[in-house]
Design a protein around this ligand. Structure first.
Ligand code: 2GW
Ligand code: MN
Length: 296
């Protein structure tokens, strides 16, 4: 899909020139050593990107799980997504839930729709979280591949609060976890027991990626979620469960399959971390939850 972007002939546009000797940001890393862009505010021109993706008529699927009481998060999630997520593009919201009747009716802009997918629930919350990998891989193969070009897979206990657009799209992308983007690899909360499929040694690791925001082309997301699900099942057979569940397996996958783009913590912030100067925008923010009430 992305290879074809270069074949697009853009209309004449007025925009400020990129300056070889004057980078727009000097305070953060904007490119990994394997040449994947790290997306921070100020580093991209959204008008150029929108022209490219608009001409390809890009279709984006946003997958979100709302099992049991987590259906309460859907309304704010969808309302804020309509304001900030891929505005002007085709979007399918894939809402996976065991309570389809509790999915609220939210008015959507043209070219956007909600698709409710009924799935089973699991007793343990760890399984609710981890089984997302299985469900995404199954639906990717059976349904998403026919309906969208890219998948964006996120937590539901979140709200959009600033622009999230086509600048995030790439073959396979992950997001820097807000608690660890400044950290050393030894401090990352990777799974450290060699018996787990998610094991990462202390001398390994690039970044600590958040479980709550990843994506890519449907094919690449299928590969990622299928491989993570298989690793989770192998762990289960060996009576071991990775420290941070699906997030641990995601980090292992990205160690061996480097993401082609990385989103800065602007794309997954938690206000309990304060607001550091490096963060010019908070685009997608955790909704504070009463853990006792919502989880029991
Ligand atoms: C219930 C009790 C305790 C924890 C989760 C749940 C629960 C989660 C639930 O009852 N119903 C449900 O739909 N979920 C889904 O799992 C929902 O989509 C939610 O956003 C997601 C992850 O659970 P969450 O958001 O409560 O946990 P976080 O914010 O600490 O998630 C991080 O760590 C997880 C692994 O432990 C995942 O990697 C997640 O992607 C991370 O953001
Ligand atoms: Mn969450």
């Amino acid at each position: 899909y992305l290879d074809h972007l270069l074949e697009i002939r853009l209309p004449r546009m007025n925009y400020s020139q990129p300056e070889t000797m004057n980078p727009p940001r000097r305070d953060i890393l904007v490119m990994t050593p394997w040449f994947a862009p790290i997306v921070w505010d100020g580093t991209f021109n959204i008008d150029i990107l929108n022209q490219q993706f608009k001409q390809r008529n890009v279709r984006i699927g946003l997958t979100v799980f709302a099992i049991k009481k987590y259906v309460v998060f859907i309304q704010l999630f969808l309302e804020t997504a309509e304001k900030f997520f891929m505005v002007g593009h085709k979007v399918n919201y894939y809402i996976m839930t065991d309570r389809p009747k509790d999915v609220p009716n939210v008015t959507l802009a043209e070219g956007r729709k909600v698709v409710v997918l009924e799935i089973q629930s699991y007793a343990r919350w760890q399984d609710v979280s981890m089984r997302r990998m299985e469900m995404i891989s199954l639906f990717a193969k059976e349904q998403f591949i026919q309906e969208v070009d890219f998948l964006v897979c996120v937590d539901v206990d979140m709200r959009f609060s600033d622009h999230v657009g086509v600048e995030i799209l790439s073959d396979i992308f992950g997001t820097l976890h807000p608690a660890f983007y400044r950290g050393q690899r030894q401090q990352f909360t990777y799974e450290r027991r060699p018996a787990s499929q998610a094991y990462i040694a202390y001398i390994e690791g690039d970044f600590y990626y958040a479980g709550g925001f990843f994506g890519g082309t449907v094919d690449e997301v299928y590969k990622l979620t299928n491989q993570c699900h298989n690793a989770i099942m192998t762990d289960k057979a060996n009576s071991i469960e990775a420290l941070w569940h699906d997030e641990s397996h995601l980090n292992k996958y990205f160690l061996n399959h480097k993401p082609t783009k990385i989103l800065s913590p602007e794309y997954l912030w938690d206000n309990s971390m304060g607001v550091p100067e490096v963060l010019r925008k908070r685009r997608f923010v955790a909704v504070p939850k009463n853990h006792v009430q919502i989880r029991n």
